[in-house]
Design a protein. Structure first.
Length: 126
């Protein structure tokens, strides 16, 4: 199944430290923008812009309760990041294992096949 179309790329959305801090806060519990903005040395409008970018990337959901807008973490798009990072974790594990075997004098190359993440989130064997 293809990933839903998003206005903002997940990687771009988490590039900003303020937005990463927002995700951490919202991972603990749902919060209204008035409470969220109290944790930052910026205007509520600036915080709302950061929340909009996160929402456009699918990382937060908002819901209205009367006049109040509440935000919560939507963790599923973070799986894209996890898959991407896992590929490079395997890559470096493989390189370090090969170096260890070389240093210890092991004659085998010690390589492990890497599987690249696909755009749709599936993986193919190499």
């Amino acid at each position: 199944m293809a990933a839903p179309s998003r206005k903002t790329d997940v990687f771009q959305a988490i590039a900003d430290p303020t937005r990463r801090q927002l995700l951490s806060m919202l991972g603990e519990r749902e919060m209204p923008v008035t409470v969220i903005s109290g944790h930052f040395p910026m205007s509520r409008t600036a915080v709302s812009k950061h929340l909009r970018i996160l929402a456009d990337a699918g990382l937060v959901k908002e819901r209205k309760i009367g006049r109040e807008t509440r935000y919560r973490l939507e963790p599923e798009p973070l799986l894209e990041l996890k898959r991407w990072l896992a590929y490079y974790e395997r890559y470096w594990d493989n390189k370090l294992l090969a170096l260890q075997r070389f240093v210890e004098g092991d004659e085998t190359d010690g390589t492990i096949a890497l599987v690249a993440p696909e755009e749709d989130g599936t993986r193919t064997a190499e």
